[in-house]
Design a binder for this molecule. Structure first.
Ligand code: GRF
Length: 216
């Protein structure tokens, strides 16, 4: 019998990536959804699916260290195999990140290493890039810089606003995050000596994405 991986999801708000993960039929046991924000919309979504929810309110803690200690206590109580950040909007201390090294992943709405940090769609429009996207990566102490597991690219179209671009990227987030977690749950992901991700048996991407389309 396969032992299902235990997954803890951390959110701060809407929770649409969390919902994509919960609905993907993954070989996983979602042990809880934890939020730093008691008003996070995703908490109700998780509860409606019968997933236990936990709030560790960052405002109730005097320092980042104190919050991360409380968060680690809540996470450790669940004994998860993987900690999955899904729109979790707090910067984590090096101690917290180190505690879950190789076991914590994040989704970021840009093609890293371009546009780490906040307002990525604004950053992409300002930079005038033709292709934008999203990245699932392992979490390391440097913000939005860990080993990349999977990325998806979308075109930036004439007339795009932050909202239209964000929606196009989000649709891809909802595809690649469940895929990345599935690979992890199936024990197919390792990090090589150079610090790059290797995925056993992953399909070979074919073709290229060009944007704008070429005339010939
Ligand atoms: C997503 O775009 C995610 O990549 C970013 O924050 C957003 C969260 O959306 N980190 P949701 O809460 O998953 O709907």
């Amino acid at each position: 019998m396969t032992i299902l991986k235990r997954i803890a999801i951390l959110i701060s708000g809407r929770g649409s990536n969390m919902e994509a993960l919960l609905g993907a039929g993954l070989p996983a046991e979602f042990c809880a959804v934890i939020s730093n924000n008691p008003a996070a919309r995703g908490l109700a979504t998780a509860a409606a699916r019968g997933i236990p929810t936990v709030v560790v309110d960052h405002k109730a803690h005097a320092s980042r260290e104190a919050f991360d200690t409380a968060l680690a206590t809540a996470v450790d109580a669940l004994q998860p195999d993987y900690v999955v950040l899904a729109g979790f909007m707090r910067i984590l201390t090096t101690a917290f990140v180190g505690r879950y090294a190789g076991r914590m992943i994040n989704i970021h709405p840009s093609l890293l290493p371009s546009f780490p940090g906040l307002h990525t769609h604004h950053q992409a429009l300002e930079a005038g890039v033709r292709i934008h996207g999203c990245t699932v990566h392992f979490v390391t102490p440097q913000l939005d810089h860990g080993p990349v597991i999977i990325q998806a690219a979308v075109p930036v179209l004439p007339g795009d606003s932050e909202n239209t671009l964000a929606a196009r990227v989000l649709a891809e987030e909802h595809r690649i995050y469940p895929q990345a977690l599935r690979w992890l749950c199936e024990d197919r992901v390792t990090i090589d000596t150079a610090g790059r991700v290797v995925i056993r048996g992953a399909g070979q991407a074919s073709g290229v994405l060009r944007s704008p389309a070429t005339d010939v």
